[in-house]
Design a protein around this ligand. Structure first.
Ligand SMILES: [Zn+2]
Length: 509
């Protein structure tokens, strides 16, 4: 008898869990030990669904055919479990469920209306809501505060991060107004928590979603699905994606965040982008243009988690994603490359689903690291990009000289944030129909972000038929034979259209 999964989703019992196992083809979770590093790299890049790697042993998620293939390699293969695994449904009950989270967040919203807002990002394949909570002082008012998002359990059998999000929410809400640090923290920071991104996988203790898709391999991938960014005109493309991914994409586009992390289990490590640069194999670094920053924010997390720092998969508990093992279609690379939001992937425990009695211990090990990570959203350079005449927010692209990866301002509020380490930077701002704005020698210290607010000048002038701000700038540069020092303008807000016209007129004379 075929039972509809959407029917099962409404009220899942242990018995239903058994039936749903019939619906989804089995996934074999195996540990394969390669004889040497070269064989391991070949195995990691062979196209199997890799869950984690420890020394020469890879954890793989295989379908029936692949499971047969693996044996032919002749390497030691240990079958860990077969998913979905009905015998784990009872264990899942001890972790809080999507239903528990809905009840909890509703209570929080009622008890702390001045501190949080709950929302659903949308529904899973089986119709279960993906709950989110936004926690900050005055959550209903758009504010010039860095926002940090914590997304857990995109792999349904990795629920530790779910509980960390819930511990975190509880402490933030109960601590505001009584704990001076938490009060200050929420007055200057926005925290977004998505405790379970893959609720269907969670309820049947399965890595993938109810379409049997690994959600961390199915985000748009560079360069096959996009080659630039959303700002630069690439479509968001959420309509063609798994529903859980589509919801995260749309929500990410609607809610500007300065920083992000996603939680997993199966290893003990912070891994940072890139997970993939085409042509670079597993076991080789694929650094981003912001590699130093990523190492810094990763260490801010790992140094405060003693088991991770001292006993993680790699020294100091951090590793470049590709160096560990390369994946395509991961959320981390998409968030950073496409949305301009730095994200790391954090593995919390070698045991994928530890006994719930250990959860207080995991919270104790991760609590300070969670705050420290959020604090890194306050470094770098940030500010507002608005129209100098109307003060309307301007959706802009912000670039540091020598670094090709942009960040983008929030279209509705105009705030932007580029996380960088201390140094001196040349920064530029670009927006459709506005004259590009250049600021040189911005000094960034190691503490709170340097503040650079920009009044953008619209490019609505007509000089020899030039209306595009880039064209105007190129024309002026060509006439003067150099780049104009826009930041030298007397009012410090960049050149106005009148200024540009005056420059061109003077040179033409
Ligand atoms: Zn995972």
């Amino acid at each position: 008898m075929i039972v509809s999964l959407s029917f099962l989703a409404a009220e899942l019992t242990a018995e239903d869990g058994v039936l749903s196992a019939l619906e989804i083809p089995p996934i074999y979770v195996v540990e394969v030990t390669a004889p040497d590093q070269l064989a391991l790299i070949t195995l990691l890049d062979a196209g199997f669904n890799v869950g984690s790697v420890y020394e020469l042993t890879a954890t793989l998620y295989l379908d029936e055919f692949e499971y047969g293939e693996i044996a032919s390699l002749g390497y030691p293969v240990l079958l860990v479990e077969v998913q979905p695994c009905s015998d784990q449904v009872d264990k899942a009950d001890a972790y809080r469920t999507p239903g528990d989270i809905e009840t909890l967040f509703a209570a929080y919203q009622q008890d702390y209306p001045g501190l949080c807002r709950m929302s659903t990002l949308g529904k899973s394949v089986n119709g279960i809501d993906i709950w989110a909570i936004k926690i900050t002082s005055n959550p209903g008012v758009p504010a010039d505060k860095p926002a940090v998002k914590y997304i857990s359990t995109m792999h349904g059998d990795e629920p530790v991060g779910t509980e960390l999000c819930l511990y975190f929410a509880d402490e933030l809400l109960t601590g505001y107004g009584t704990d001076s640090y938490i009060t200050d923290f929420l007055d200057r920071t926005v925290i977004w928590l998505v405790p379970i991104m893959n609720p269907d996988g969670f309820v049947i203790s399965m890595r993938r979603n109810a379409h049997n898709i690994d959600l961390n391999r199915s985000f748009p991938a560079y360069p096959s699905d996009f080659s630039t960014t959303w700002f630069d005109g690439e479509p968001l493309g959420e309509g063609n994606r798994e529903p859980e991914i589509a919801h995260i994409m749309r929500w990410s586009a609607e809610n500007h965040c300065a920083l992000s992390l996603n939680y997993h289990t199966g290893a003990l490590i912070v891994n940072y982008p890139f997970d993939n640069i085409p042509g670079i194999s597993s076991g080789t670094e694929a650094p981003t243009p912001d590699d130093a920053m990523f190492q810094y924010i990763s260490l801010q997390y790992s140094t405060l988690n003693t088991p991770m720092y001292t006993g993680g998969n790699y020294p100091q508990g951090i590793v470049n994603g590709s160096y560990w093992y390369s994946i395509t279609g991961g959320m981390m690379d998409w968030n950073y490359r496409f949305m301009g939001c730095p994200e790391v992937t954090i593995e919390l425990s070698y045991i994928k689903k530890p006994s719930p009695t250990l959860l207080p211990q995991y919270w104790a090990e991760n609590r300070d690291a969670m705050y420290a990570y959020a604090e890194t959203a306050h470094i770098g350079v940030r500010g507002l990009t608005r129209d100098r005449n109307t003060d309307v927010p301007v959706w802009s692209k912000v670039l540091l000289a020598g670094n090709p990866q942009p960040v983008f301002s929030d279209a509705d509020f105009g705030n932007y944030h580029k996380l960088v380490l201390a140094g001196t930077y040349d920064i530029s701002f670009h927006a459709e129909s506005y004259i590009s704005y250049y600021m040189d020698n911005i000094v960034v210290n190691s503490g709170p972000a340097a503040r650079v607010d920009v009044g953008m000048s619209d490019g609505d002038i007509n000089v020899d038929g030039l209306r595009n701000s880039v064209d105007i700038q190129l024309a002026v540069d060509a006439v003067l034979g150099r780049t104009i020092a826009y930041d030298a303008d007397v009012d410090g807000r960049g050149l106005s259209a009148t200024d540009i016209q005056a420059v061109i007129n003077s040179v033409q004379l």
